[in-house]
Design a protein around this ligand. Structure first.
Ligand SMILES: [Zn+2]
Length: 563
């Protein structure tokens, strides 16, 4: 079955709840282990069925946010989703209280029950309306961002498609497009500030209702972080500050020299090379063809998988009006296949999508063999190891995408992996401060952002872009949509760099280790998972430096003066 053959149907709240209640009854009335196991397996099937419909609606909605029919279905999902919680919790409760619990643990594993206990802490009927409100606010943010119609040199762009001009080799083009970009945010500042303020208060209120001290504790639980806490994350950020910020300062100085700008503005750092950044040597069709060749050469498994993704219409890559910004991969249970969404805009970022999102999808594909739905995919920080490592596994094939500019791409990609770390920590530190101080004003938040930005990116000069200096965070959709998610990219980047260090020594060994990690899916929480995959704990002092130092050496191996 192909993606376009899947029907999006109006979610039937009553039927879904009745189906779940019937299964709860079946589990409670089970006379033996076999019957109890069967009821649980049926619940997995039901959850796959519901999830498939919700996912199809969400994909179609993100592809065309102007399609009113799908938008309506998506609104229904936002509203119905939280209302399903009580019956799903009731089922989980029946599992925990089942006289056959031991047999269920033996069959489905301990982690499932740990997650259920975690879920219990995250739900009370009093928060249902708050969760619906939260969905609506996030939706409102997406509308403001997706609805951007930015006039630039006689053409209309959205926030995704104008970005390519912001890294143009012509300085005027860079500055002018950045002005247009930030003007749009400034025009919508009051609304974007208000939406975030509402979200912060709402999430704090939910946390309090559930008995958490603040939204930090609550959101960590929501992210399924069962084996680390905010303090350990703070220690990780400290390592980035001490080890990576000085490295990035050197990278920036070298970059400014390379592009020939004595006093660079923050936007100038989007340009890696005077001759322009590495550009893919073809349109998205050409890139998909190149990706197909690469994945066929990489391994038989990745080759077969890629064919299935393109044959079954599971890729939607081009930027078009009305499309949601950004890129994502999601999993469709009914097809046992993932879906890749992105906004190709003619930059090297398009290739990142075909490697990054493909890494996610490859995990989804390998994990689809697992019957327990919540075990198929790991928590988000582990998911990002899969995708970011794939970006590095793809290095040997970059000539297919960039021709003679392949080294240019590789050099910029590795620089980007390192320069990203301080920014990621900045987003994370900002969010901790925001949720620890929920009652400050929008302007105070912006002032704090500027302060944290200066700590992690001391080389950034915002002259003439004073608005961006304090408000740049508003373009980072994660801050609105998925609180505290952003650090997951940083944790994963360090582990992907560990894979890179391994590839540099022994490619086959690194690949086997990678596939083993992906196949484990989400059977274990983060630290257990990476321990089982023989990867180092990024929270421990010294482990960031262990991967960053060798890669700084790799960077020195490139002669960037010729690029
Ligand atoms: Zn990702």
């Amino acid at each position: 079955m192909r993606f376009d053959e899947l029907k999006a149907t109006k979610p039937n709240e009553k039927k879904m709840i009745a189906d779940m209640e019937a299964l709860t009854k079946e589990l409670k009335e089970a006379k033996n282990e076999k019957e109890a196991i069967k009821a649980v397996q049926k619940s997995f099937k039901l959850s796959d069925k519901i999830e498939t419909n919700f996912t199809v609606i969400s994909i179609r909605h993100s592809i065309d946010m102007n399609d009113k029919k799908i938008a309506k279905l998506s609104d229904i999902c936002d509203e119905v989703g939280p209302k399903l919680s009580p019956s799903s919790i009731a089922f989980d409760k029946a599992m925990v209280e089942s006289p056959f619990k031991e047999a269920l643990i033996k069959k489905f594993g301990e982690t499932l029950f740990d997650r259920i206990e975690n879920e219990f802490k995250l739900f009370k009927p009093e928060i249902i309306n708050d969760k619906i409100k939260e969905n609506q606010l996030v939706n409102e943010y997406q509308q403001v961002i997706a609805g951007a119609k930015i006039e630039f040199r006689g053409e209309t762009y959205n926030l995704s498609s104008i970005v390519k001009f912001m890294s143009d080799k012509d300085r005027e083009t860079r500055l002018e497009s950045a002005k247009a970009y930030y003007n749009y945010l400034e025009e919508n500042d009051a609304q974007l500030g208000r939406i975030y303020d509402d979200l912060v208060h709402l999430r704090t209120e939910i946390a309090h209702k559930l008995g958490f001290k603040n939204a930090v504790e609550y959101e960590y639980r929501m992210m399924g972080r069962l084996d680390y806490d905010a303090e350990m994350v703070a220690n990780y950020r400290k390592q980035i500050y001490e080890v990576v910020v000085p490295v990035v300062s050197k990278i920036r100085k070298q970059q400014a020299k390379r592009i020939g700008i004595k006093k660079p503005l923050f936007i100038d750092y989007s340009l890696e090379f005077k001759s322009g950044n590495a550009k893919p040597c073809g349109d998205s069709k050409y890139l998909v063809k190149s990706a197909s060749k690469m994945y066929h050469e990489m391994s038989p498994l990745t080759g077969d998988f890629f064919d299935k993704m393109s044959n079954d219409n599971l890729l939607d890559l081009d930027a078009k009006p009305g499309k949601m910004t950004g890129g994502y991969m999601t999993y469709i249970p009914k097809l046992k296949m993932p879906f890749i969404f992105s906004n190709s805009n003619g930059t090297a970022g398009d290739v990142d999508t075909l490697t990054h999102e493909f890494g996610h999808s490859f995990q989804g594909y390998l994990g689809s063999k697992i019957s327990v739905p919540s075990y198929r995919m790991p928590t988000m920080e582990a998911c990002e190891i899969d995708s970011m490592s794939m970006e590095f596994f793809a290095w040997p094939w970059m000539e297919l995408f960039f021709g003679e500019q392949a080294d240019k791409y590789r050099f910029a990609h590795l620089c980007g992996a390192l320069t990203f770390l301080p920014y990621g920590c900045e987003v994370d530190e900002f969010q901790h401060w925001v949720y620890e101080n929920p009652n400050v004003t929008h302007e105070e938040r912006c002032k704090k952002w500027a302060e944290i930005d200066h700590k992690y990116r001391p080389d950034f000069n915002y002259e003439g872009f004073e608005f961006a200096q304090g408000h740049l965070w508003m373009r980072q959709s994660h801050i609105y949509q998925s609180p505290f998610y952003y650090i997951d990219y940083c944790l994963a980047q360090v582990l992907a760099l560990e894979f890179k260090c391994e590839m540099d020594k022994n490619k086959d060994r690194a690949w086997n280790k990678y596939v083993k990690l992906l196949k484990m899916g989400g059977k274990y929480p983060f630290l257990t998972l990476i321990n089982k995959a023989h990867l180092r704990n990024p929270f421990e002092n010294g482990n960031v430096a262990k991967v960053v130092k060798p890669q700084v050496k790799v960077l020195k191996g490139f002669d960037d003066s010729k690029m």
